[in-house]
Design a protein around this ligand. Structure first.
Ligand code: SF4
Ligand code: SF4
Length: 162
């Protein structure tokens, strides 16, 4: 029948007029994002042994780990840096880390206007991690409880990953 297609289209339009929109008016409104969503990378120094497995697993070579030996056999982490200019947020580094010291999660609204600010050194990454924990009741994105600030927190004293 002539015009049936138009009628069908109008019906669909009418149906959608009364439905709640699935989009939100960002940035005025924000959505609850699951803590383990691949929004960013968070590095937790207290869990890190400096083994460099994350750096070796990164296909883009964006992680730099520089260590020096300690007398007790452990490693000092002199540098830990992530080049987010290259990172594709694949999460392979987080899967490779034996201690869940690098985890997916964290802010998704940290866009920069200076491209080089996406290169983040140990200090910036530590601030990111501490800000995250302070805003999430000291729970890591993986759901484990983080030590309180000032608490002795070397990996040996932390719950081992699954
Ligand atoms: S998320 Fe992927 S690209 Fe980014 S640092 Fe980790 S392994 Fe490299
Ligand atoms: S983040 Fe994990 S894999 Fe990378 S150096 Fe630290 S402990 Fe090793």
């Amino acid at each position: 029948m002539y015009g049936a297609g138009i009628g069908k289209g109008m019906l669909i339009t009418l149906k959608h007029i009364f439905k709640q929109p699935i989009t939100v008016q960002y940035p005025e409104q924000t959505r609850n994002v699951p803590p383990r969503a691949r929004t960013n990378l968070l590095w937790f120094e207290e869990r890190c042994t400096g083994c460099s497995t994350c750096a070796q697993s990164c296909p883009d070579g964006c992680i730099l780990v520089q260590t020096s030996p300690r007398e007790d056999g452990r490693l000092n982490i002199d540098r830990y840096e992530i080049d987010f200019r290259l990172c594709m947020y694949c999460g392979l580094c987080t899967e490779a880390c034996p201690y869940e010291a690098i985890q997916v999660g964290g802010p998704y609204d940290d866009a920069v206007s200076v491209f080089d600010n996406m290169y983040r050194d140990k200090n910036v990454l530590t601030t990111m991690a501490q800000d995250y924990l302070a805003g999430h009741e000291h729970i890591y994105p993986n759901g484990r409880v983080a030590p309180q600030p000032g608490e002795h927190s070397h990996i040996d004293t932390l719950e081992r990953p699954r």
